[in-house]
Design a protein around this ligand. Structure first.
Ligand code: 4AD
Ligand code: MG
Length: 463
């Protein structure tokens, strides 16, 4: 019978003499006189289980198939390992090969491959050490996110993927349509006739679940949504994806100070959870990808985050002895170079920047009394820059309506969002964490395409 069975991770912790069976993929095979070694990995941990196959145990045909990339099930007895790197190994008494792999054409060889090459073989890269570690950490982060919010009584809400409203008001949305592109129906005026489209009006892939999360926060008090979001901005950078995962808590009866406190607690919780459960993977990243990973994570999990206003941040940047690629002027958005300077050089820790100019932030952020800034907050992390974006929300109906108009947005799609401000409105706040951004931070991986299983970027949607 085949069924979910023992993992390498568990077998490596079992006592010598245990009789075990393991299924996995052969990483490497080597032979010496009268004895054959195969390293088997099943994705459960960084370490492989070493199979020791004495001559005569397997037929020559089976043995010939035990090569890099092949899938096998092996049974036998755990014995103490004389070799370095593992305490036990499996003395094989029986082995079946499920699928062989041609040693010449199998793309994943032992030699180090570039990240670019591995991206082109995303159907196989998850079997490599690096991507095994990345996706185990990704799994742990996902679990930690749910655990953090569930422990605090937050209700998990599934917000829609298809939407008719632009949450960020930035217009960077993918359209969703069943109209015939070869023969688009037109109104008398010549515009596209969306009344004939599937939803009877223009529809898009969501850029954020926030607006719908607010509906739930105004019924369940504290909620979070966690799912894929889509942005059609044509930014080919190492920190942007067209499809990425975002977790967005939303809290009723909460202001910006409460929002920032939760964001800090949340980041520290996730980091600690990963350090507790994936230390071997983090040590691997520290050794092979970026020597600062482990130290930075331990530091961040224990320090208080710095707080500055946008206005103070601009002052710091203007005084800095630097030539900036992008202008530093009150009213301009902070770019990655500015964000990294603040967190890496000025404060040497995560920084929360608050109270941005209203013209560079979304319509839903609560207006400050100065008439110029809004109650926004971005959490900036060393190496990455912006990792969290959030705000207190505008809970005053008339102010919100004026802001939507001021930003040149159509009021109609927001009727229900405005309605929330007419019936039991409350001060409320929330934020969005880009899951891939925190994964870059946790793993030291330099390109966001290498922390999501199947990256979608301009010109690329393979797999
Ligand atoms: O700052 P953003 O645009 O905020 C929102 O979408 C709010 N509605 C969140 C909220 O208040 N509920 O995005 C939030 C985070 C960013 O800080 C960043 O980490 C990530 O999402 N992000 C991206 N990650 C990868 N690729 C992209 N194109 C991203 N755009 C934003
Ligand atoms: Mg943002």
């Amino acid at each position: 019978m085949l069924g979910p069975g023992g993992y390498v991770r568990d077998i490596l912790a079992m006592p010598v003499g245990s009789s075990v069976e393991i299924s996995g993929w052969v990483k490497t095979r080597r032979d010496s006189k009268g004895i054959h070694f195969a390293q088997v990995n099943d994705g459960s941990c960084m370490q492989d289980l070493q199979l020791v196959i004495d001559d005569g145990v397997l037929t020559a045909e089976t043995l010939a198939l035990v090569t890099t990339g092949a899938s096998v099930t092996a049974g036998g007895e755990l014995v103490a390992s004389p070799g370095a790197g593992q305490s036990v190994e499996l003395k094989v008494t029986g082995l079946a090969v499920h699928g062989g792999a041609d040693t010449v054409t199998y793309p994943l060889q032992k030699k180090g491959h570039t990240m670019e090459f591995l991206r082109d073989i995303a159907h196989l890269r998850s079997r490599s050490n690096t991507f095994g570690a990345v996706f185990r950490v990704r799994n742990a982060v996902s679990y930690a996110i749910h655990r953090f919010f569930q422990e605090r009584g937050f209700i998990y809400v599934h917000t829609p993927v298809i939407t008719a409203s632009d949450c960020e008001g930035a217009g960077a949305m993918f359209g969703v349509t069943t109209l015939d592109m070869q023969n688009v129906p037109r109104t008398e005026g010549g515009a596209i006739d969306f009344s004939q489209d599937f939803f009877g009006k223009p529809a898009y892939l969501t850029v954020s679940g926030q607006l719908e999360a607010e509906i739930f926060a105004l019924a369940f008090s504290n909620v979070y949504t966690f799912g894929p979001t889509f942005r059609a901005e044509n930014s080919n950078t190492p920190r942007h994806l067209a499809e990425f995962w975002m977790v967005e808590p939303e809290m009723a009866f909460c202001d910006l100070a409460g929002d920032m406190r939760l964001a800090e607690d949340f980041l520290k919780y996730v980091i600690r959870y990963v350090l507790d459960t994936c230390l071997a993977d983090i040590e691997f990243f520290t050794k092979r990808i970026d020597p600062t990973v482990l130290g930075t994570l331990e530091h961040v999990a224990s320090v208080d985050f710095e707080h500055v206003t946008y206005t103070e941040a601009v002052e710091i940047l203007r005084r800095a002895d630097r030539t900036w690629e992008f202008p530093v002027e009150w009213g301009c958005d902070l770019q990655a170079e500015h964000e990294r300077f603040l967190t890496e050089e000025t404060f040497k820790r995560p920084v929360i920047v608050t109270d941005y100019p209203k013209q560079i932030k979304a319509f839903y952020m609560r207006a400050n009394d100065d008439g110029k800034t809004v109650r926004a907050m971005d959490v900036l992390a060393p190496r990455i820059g912006e990792i969290i974006g959030g705000s207190q929300r505008e809970e005053r109906h008339d102010v919100l309506q004026a802001r939507i108009v001021e930003q040149g947005l159509d009021l109609e799609p927001y009727w229900w969002y405005l309605d929330l401000r007419r019936f039991g409105s409350v001060p409320h706040a929330g934020f969005g964490l880009g899951v891939e951004r925190i994964l870059m931070y946790l793993t030291g991986m330099k390109n966001i395409r290498d922390v999501i299983p199947f990256p979608r970027t301009p010109g690329s949607a393979e797999f």
